[in-house]
Design a binder for this molecule. Structure first.
Ligand code: AMP
Length: 214
């Protein structure tokens, strides 16, 4: 399966991706996770990436595309892919389409996770993440032991870009740069919509229902 998840920050893309990856046995490719790894390395490139992420701004398209194309050449992508947080601009979406067309590959679906701004802000301010990919929420889905990952025991992180000021900037960027992709994928006939305001189990059930109908 070749699938893209788009939606505003905090719409649950990471949470549902972790479940879909297991179910469909395809690699979960989160450009945000890839950039955070570079950021942590503290290399010159990592510092450049941090200068965008920490302000809630997008990393330039050419940097993103180089990383994505390299990732798509890895053998695990022969089984398909699940993109989370990519593409985020029309230019990225178009370049991915060109790449797939040249390889004679079809995109199965782009799933739009829809949620309103108030819910997103409250979700992200209380979100805690683990380096292993697990995602928690101090209100709705707390870990068993405060501040510690249930899955691997590592300390949980409150992302620097999960503060209200940066979240508002990320939402602005989403509305201006990413939302045009909704019509782009709708015109390609691959757009599916999900209500991401529900709990993650219900979102997953709705996703499976959509896939069954396809
Ligand atoms: P995420 O974890 O998907 O919310 O991404 C965190 C940050 O990484 C974003 O706010 C951007 O700064 C950067 N980023 C992730 N994916 C992309 C992308 N496809 N294009 C540009 N910047 C990105």
């Amino acid at each position: 399966m070749r699938c893209i998840l788009i939606g505003p920050p905090g719409s649950g893309k990471g949470t549902i991706s972790a479940q879909l990856q297991k179910k469909y046995q395809i690699p979960h490719i989160s450009t945000g996770d890839i950039f955070r790894e570079h950021k942590q390395s503290n290399s010159e490139f990592g510092q450049l990436i941090a200068s965008y992420i920490d302000k809630g701004q997008l990393v330039p398209d050419e940097v993103v595309m180089k990383i994505v194309f390299d990732r798509l050449e890895k053998t695990d992508c022969q089984a398909g892919f699940l993109f989370d947080g990519f593409p985020r601009t029309l230019a990225q979406g178009r370049q991915l389409q060109d790449y797939l067309s040249k390889k004679k590959l079809q995109l199965d679906c782009t799933v739009l996770l829809e949620a309103d701004d108030d819910l997103i802000i409250s979700r992200l301010c209380t979100r805690r993440v683990c380096a292993c990919g697990a995602v928690y929420n101090t209100v709705g889905r707390p870990p068993k032991v405060e501040g510690v990952c249930d899955e691997c025991g590592q300390p949980l992180i409150h992302r620097r870009d999960d503060t209200e000021e940066v979240i508002r900037e990320r939402l602005n960027v989403y509305r201006t740069s990413t939302e045009p992709l909704v019509s782009f994928y709708n015109d390609l006939g691959v757009l599916l919509r999900l209500n991401a305001g529900q709990d993650s189990q219900q979102v997953l059930a709705d996703f499976e229902h959509l896939m069954d109908k396809k």
